[in-house]
Design a protein around this ligand. Structure first.
Ligand code: FAD
Length: 490
């Protein structure tokens, strides 16, 4: 048992936590960053591919947890991908230094300005589009693949088929930026460097090519010499002290997930960046167990960002399918957002199974019609999520319409081989909200009723942003930290 005093602690090393760390360290403020997952780079271990899952494939599970085809047994290990299973929804998350950036598809999408204004009426949209979004994209090293390369590359047949078919069905397609380095990818294609996107690596981590946060924000923050990263530090709960400082109860774990040490860290200022589900769990649990003062808005306005997965089988089955080899990095989208009755955005997702499955996979992003709510059950000591089919019914209607239109124009069937009935209503990669900016916090992430407790992560976005969310999470973190550092750290 150890008791330690610090000035500034951040919990979680995803997008919010990494931005906070860099901006504080740059101002010469020493920061301790607590992360429950592994520091993969330091560990020297390799990430595993989708067709050969190893240590990085799952957080303390004995079977793989991909969205489908979980045929593989695993040794229990502190892997990079986790999945939280609720009755009607499964939520995937990244664990490790870099958070979700280790396991995500790298799609770096700036939301539509009109929708951003609708979601955040209190924010200065002009300033976001002239300052914070460009800054986020620059720091994240967002880049775009060359059309020349995509036109011929055999690994992007799935995308060419996806775009051609969408156009034929009357949909508009868009090129999507990514943080995977496309210069590296071109070399990968020519086999001049080790392959990663072309070797089935993504949701269990990329060994090369991807500019995850450990290569961008966290690398810069570490270079200041002011950042201390403590891996395998799982925060259990938080207590507020009479002098408005906080005590953090921590289990230091080994790679089997067993506690090897118990620590208390006291800190003057605490930044909660444990991701939407992590920050909600810590706040609601600490309220239930340790009487941490809490606004009753916490847990409200939660959403799945309209995530709805679906697909089509028998796609070009008699003329070559979607390709034997597939890049794991998506580059195409279908923009159907302007349709008033059925607005949606679709990611043309790869299915890198090492087989030509003649199947197209789509991750739809819809609007929300109804918010979910997150609570903490003190008896089971677990998060509870109020979310069921009534929340996703309109997303399913949109998916039906999308598939019907695509199949009518191109042939193919609903993907019964991927999902029950062809619809993955329960697949969520983008949990958002619950600690909403300007509601549960002030307009800069200062938690209501607290002086020294901040929330900086996806939970600030009220359940929906219309596109893949990490560029928005990063931009909001930049905006909040600018104000917080100027006013509260002067
Ligand atoms: P996170 O990135 O989730 O980071 C939170 C960190 O806190 C984690 O490292 C976690 O281990 C740590 N933590 C949590 N609880 C504790 C605790 N109690 N103690 C210590 N540490 C803790 N978004 C896009 O924009 N584009 C994409 O292409 C894309 N693809 C995705 C694909 C997959 C498979 C997944 C799972 C997600 C994808 N996302 C994508 C979503 C994106 O990764 C998340 O929205 C983003 O990572 C959320 O950032 P965050 O800062 O809120 O938290």
């Amino acid at each position: 048992f150890e008791m330690i005093d610090k000035n500034v602690v951040i919990i979680g090393s995803g997008y919010g936590g990494s931005v906070a760390a860099l901006r504080l360290c740059e101002k010469n403020i020493p920061v301790t960053l607590l992360e429950m997952g592994l520091d993969w780079e330091k560990s020297g271990q390799k990430f595993s591919s989708m067709i050969n899952p190893g240590h990085s494939a799952a957080w303390l599970k004995t079977k793989t947890i991909a969205p489908f085809f979980n045929l593989f047994s695993l040794e229990k290990y502190t892997g990079a991908l986790d999945r939280l299973d609720f009755e009607h929804i499964k939520i995937w998350l990244g664990r490790g230094v870099g958070g979700g950036s280790l396991v995500n598809g790298g799609m770096a999408v700036t939301p539509k300005k009109e929708y951003f204004k609708e979601v955040f009426p209190n924010l200065d949209a002009e300033k976001f589009y002239s300052k914070y979004f460009p800054l986020a994209n620059k720091e994240l090293k967002s880049n775009v693949a060359s059309e020349e390369f995509l036109k011929d590359c055999s690994f992007y047949k799935f995308n060419r088929v996806g775009e051609e078919e969408a156009k034929k069905a009357g949909f508009k397609t868009v090129r999507v930026p990514n943080v995977y380095d496309f210069n590296y990818m071109e070399k990968e294609y020519k086999e001049e460097v080790p392959r990663s996107a072309f070797a089935g690596e993504v949701i269990y981590g990329n060994n090369h090519g991807k500019n995850s946060l450990d290569k961008t924000y966290l690398k810069k923050a570490s270079a200041t010499g002011k950042l201390e990263i403590l891996e395998l530090h799982q925060v259990n709960h938080i207590t507020q002290n009479p002098d408005q400082s906080y005590s953090i109860d921590i289990s230091v774990i080994n790679t089997k997930g067993e506690e090897i040490q118990h620590k208390i860290i006291n800190t003057k200022k605490l930044i909660l960046s444990a991701g939407t589900m992590g920050s909600l769990e810590l706040l609601l649990k600490s309220k239930a167990m340790k009487q941490l003062p809490m606004d009753d808005k916490i847990g409200k306005d939660w959403g799945n960002n309209g995530n709805f997965m679906t697909g089509r089988n028998w796609v070009k089955a008699f003329s070559g399918g979607t390709g034997f080899q597939q890049s794991t990095i998506p580059v195409g989208g279908i923009d159907h957002w302007e349709d008033k009755d059925r607005p949606f955005f679709v990611e043309i997702a790869p299915l890198p199974m090492g087989l030509n499955v003649a199947t197209s996979l789509y991750l739809m992003v819809n609007k929300l019609k109804k918010y979910g709510e997150v609570n903490y059950d003190s008896v089971t000591q677990k998060l509870q999520l109020n979310w069921d089919q009534s929340h996703t019914a309109h997303m399913k209607d949109n998916a039906k319409y999308f598939l019907r239109t695509m199949n009518k124009a191109n042939g193919g069937t609903r993907a019964h081989l991927l999902f029950h009935n062809g619809f993955g209503a329960d697949v969520c990669y983008h949990p958002l909200g619950g600690i909403v900016l300007g509601k549960a916090t002030d307009n800069y992430g200062r938690l209501n009723g607290h002086k020294n407790l901040y929330v900086i992560d996806g939970s600030l976005i009220p359940g929906t942003i219309g596109v893949n969310p990490f560029v928005t999470i990063t931009a909001i973190a930049e905006y909040c930290m600018e104000e917080i550092i100027e006013k509260d750290f002067a």
